[in-house]
Design a protein around this ligand. Structure first.
Ligand code: PHE
Length: 329
């Protein structure tokens, strides 16, 4: 027995040299301490010895057991992998993980505010698809096929007949086809234009279209509605102006500018929307009697409006997804 104990000890000493990581450490631990491990086997044998023999080898066997155990424990602390296995180890000084909580994008907040104001003015809300037919985007809106006004809006064509809508005005067509007047609705959504990206323009932006068609709608009402909107959105002291303009689908037409006053720089007028009285040709195209009904329409740029309200200098920041910008709102 004593012989076996000595042999096991020397075997363990050479095994020690092979322990290089937590995996090999575990293998050696199993080799000696599992149920059929070398040390367990020695104890099994020990039990069947005579009392005299027990006296002789008992102490040695216990010494071997605690020697192997202490060597393995020592090594355990020198491998980081084995520290993780040790559930008692927990470093309370480690910094916690930051939880980033999202919020509504500033453009969506602006859209929500615009919707709320027009809801208060009696407008319902409708949406249309971003992939549109050439017919709804241009032709029904009184842009004849080769009309130069099509060049005002650089278009992403998907094929000959379909495109990414260049404005939200085609939703006017969809709405009037689906519903006879009176119609009083706003139509928010994304629009696309094939323009060079700059501080002032982007290939994608948002518009809110407005349409009111009934038997007695006037340009004065259009003005009153848009002024009411501007005052509610920008504040009572907002400086605005109506400027004559041209759109194929409205006659007469106008654009509205808002005064933009950056800090320490000269101010200037910034266009935020186009508007006008619905052209009778458009009403005819959707089967609304243009002898009986009149209407007004407007289309505003949401990014422009947000730039003005939050005094932002560059339209591209809306699309960059930069946390430093987004978390300011
Ligand atoms: N659709 C026009 C544009 O994108 C804006 C507009 C809408 C003008 C409705 C008049 C009436 O420029």
């Amino acid at each position: 027995m004593t012989q076996k104990i000595l042999l096991t000890e020397s075997e363990f000493n050479s095994d020690l040299l092979n322990i290089i990581d937590s995996k090999s450490l575990e293998e050696i631990r199993i080799k000696y301490f599992s149920k059929k491990g070398k040390i367990s086997q020695l104890f099994d044998e020990f039990r069947s010895l005579s009392a005299d023999e027990k006296k002789l080898s008992g102490k040695r066997l216990n010494e071997l057991k605690s020697f192997v155990q202490s060597k393995l424990d020592e090594l355990k602390n020198s491998f980081p992998g084995s520290e993780i296995k040790d559930e008692k180890f927990f470093d309370l000084s480690l910094p916690g993980r930051e939880k980033i909580i999202g919020s509504k994008h500033i453009l969506i907040q602006t859209l929500d505010e615009i919707k709320l104001i027009f809801k208060g003015l009696g407008f319902s809300i409708h949406e249309g698809p971003e992939l549109e037919s050439d017919y709804n985007n241009f032709e029904a809106l009184n842009f004849p096929p080769d009309h130069p006004a099509r060049d005002m809006q650089d278009t992403f064509f998907v094929n000959k007949n379909f495109l990414l809508r260049t404005h939200t005005s085609p939703v006017q067509i969809r709405l009037m086809k689906a519903q006879q007047p009176p119609v009083r609705a706003i139509m928010p959504g994304k629009v696309y234009r094939n323009e060079a990206v700059s501080a002032k323009s982007y290939c994608l932006f948002h518009q809110v279209e407005g349409l009111y068609v009934d038997t007695d709608v006037t340009f004065a009402e259009l003005k009153g509605t848009l002024i009411a909107f501007a005052r509610q959105f920008f504040g009572k002291d907002v400086r605005y102006r109506f400027r004559p303009s041209f759109f194929p689908f409205t006659e007469p037409s106008a654009e509205v500018d808002i005064w933009w006053q950056p800090k320490d720089k000269p101010g200037r007028w910034l266009e935020i929307l186009g508007c006008g009285m619905v052209d009778p040709n458009v009403l005819d195209n959707v089967g609304v009697d243009s002898e009986k009904y009149v209407g007004y329409a407007f289309g505003m740029g949401v990014e422009r409006i947000a730039l003005l309200k939050y005094k932002i200098g560059d339209i591209r920041v809306f699309f960059d997804n930069d946390k430093r910008f987004l978390t300011q709102f």
